[in-house]
Design a protein around this ligand. Structure first.
Ligand SMILES: [Zn+2]
Length: 280
């Protein structure tokens, strides 16, 4: 019966998560893979059907960084945590390889798990950034709600953390939110490489639509590490988008770091001045 309910979620989840029906869904903004997939595909469709000028004017999709990254440098970023199951595992792997990262955390999870924020900050190697309060899609909510999401998400973080960094849920931006963030001195962070870890995590392979929306080459549809490493080679470095909430991410992170290092790239933090032109 439980399995049946989950299957229903996947069917309906393409359009919307049905509150109370999905066992994972605690609120309308829950980061369920079905929600991610729906938003990714909607994103793809809008991009394909809109002119570059229109998209730029509406500030809607600015998270895919079109400019080249600093050559040879890679910055790992982890969204959607902190996560009681995976944050400690990710930190242990980063420690083992002495690799820095930035964690874009969801405010209401920060409130529930302050000990995980302390763990991220413990050795001073990593950066914290905000990923809103509840992870809404900014294309679906009015400006006052956007402002509340931004303000609460920023203010729940430890006051001494710097620099102030922010990433949009689903990468979906608005002109209003851009202006608000800039007025508070917060830099907006997109990505050069989309790991698509959420899609690989679902069934181990990505389908053709997911591949198109995440930029996964046909030869890598069943190869998570191969996809990310080849994308890094294609961009010659860059900011990599990963998530804390999918099992595949900590499970393959060590291998991914080794592969990227083997290709000659160096891991740095987002406050490395060479990454400044990649931030907004
Ligand atoms: Zn997210």
């Amino acid at each position: 019966m439980r399995y049946g309910l989950k299957a229903s979620c996947i069917l309906f989840g393409l359009a919307v998560v049905v509150p109370g029906l999905c066992s994972q869904a605690t609120n309308a903004h829950e980061v369920a893979p079905t929600n991610l997939r729906a938003t990714h595909l909607q994103h793809l469709e809008e991009r394909l059907n809109s002119s570059v000028e229109d998209l730029r004017e509406q500030c809607r999709f600015e998270s895919d960084i079109p400019t080249a990254p600093p050559e040879g440098l890679v910055a790992l970023t982890f969204d959607d945590g902190p996560d009681p199951e995976h944050t400690a595992k990710i930190l242990a792997i980063l420690d083992r390889y002495q690799v820095p990262a930035t964690f874009f955390v969801i405010g209401e999870k920060v409130e529930r798990h302050p000990e995980l924020i302390q763990a991220i900050q413990a050795n001073g190697r990593h950066l914290l950034g905000s990923h809103t309060w509840t992870h809404p899609n900014f294309h679906d909510i009015p400006s006052p709600e956007q402002q509340l999401e931004l303000a609460r998400g920023i203010e729940v973080l430890p006051p001494d953390h710097a620099p102030q960094l922010f990433r949009y849920p689903y990468g979906n931006a608005s002109c209003f939110a851009n202006d608000y963030l800039h007025s508070r001195g917060v830099a907006i962070v997109g990505w050069h490489v989309d790991s698509c870890d959420w899609a690989f995590d679902r069934i181990g392979t990505v389908d053709s639509k997911e591949a198109l929306s995440c930029g996964v080459g046909s030869e890598y549809r069943g190869d998570f590490v191969g996809h990310v490493a080849s994308s890094v080679r294609a961009r010659r470095g860059g900011i990599i988008l990963l998530h804390e909430i999918h099992a595949i991410t900590p499970a393959r992170l060590g291998e991914l770091i080794e592969e990227i290092r083997h290709d000659g790239y160096t891991f740095v933090r987002l406050d490395d001045p060479r990454f400044a032109p990649s931030l907004r």
